[in-house]
Design a protein. Structure first.
Length: 152
């Protein structure tokens, strides 16, 4: 082996090491990014006061005015059908209630005609192109409603 051969093989080693280090760094950064996004999604689900669990039929708080009970979900056609009852916890009647169901990047608006004070009314919402595996946790947001009450 000549000195020239030793120089050529020696100069290839640092370049190969550099390429391997760059590839390893890219892999670590990509893996960290995936873990961060999963962690952020989990933290959002756990800490959000509007998050409800459709696998639980017990009473769950939606916000300061409404609660959810009898929640369920099932596969239907190409998506998932959500059912439940919204409870009006205030002492005023509400009508023309507009809600938004947000789940796994999908959203669907729905309307409930009336919920009397202290009562509940059922809803049935279908979201197409949604996997049942991603249909457990959702946000229900009250968009608007009209209130009425009696006074003497």
């Amino acid at each position: 082996m000549t000195d020239n051969d030793n120089k050529n093989s020696g100069s290839k080693l640092p370049v190969l090491n550099l390429i391997l280090i760059i590839l390893l760094a890219l892999f670590i950064l990509d893996n960290q990014s995936t873990q961060d996004s999963r962690l952020n999604a989990l933290v959002e689900i756990i800490t959000s006061k509007h998050t409800v669990d459709f696998s639980v039929s017990n009473i769950q708080r939606i916000d300061d005015v409404f609660m959810l009970t009898s929640a369920s979900q099932k596969e239907h056609l190409t998506g998932v059908q959500f059912k439940g009852r919204i409870i009006n916890t205030q002492s005023v009647d509400r009508s023309n209630l507009k809600f938004t169901l947000n789940i796994d990047g999908n959203s669907k608006n729905f309307t409930i005609n009336k919920i009397s004070s202290g009562n509940s009314t059922g809803f049935n919402v279908y979201i197409p192109e949604l996997s049942i595996h991603n249909a457990r946790y959702a946000k229900i947001e009250h968009e608007s409603s009209q209130i009425s009450y009696l006074y003497k």
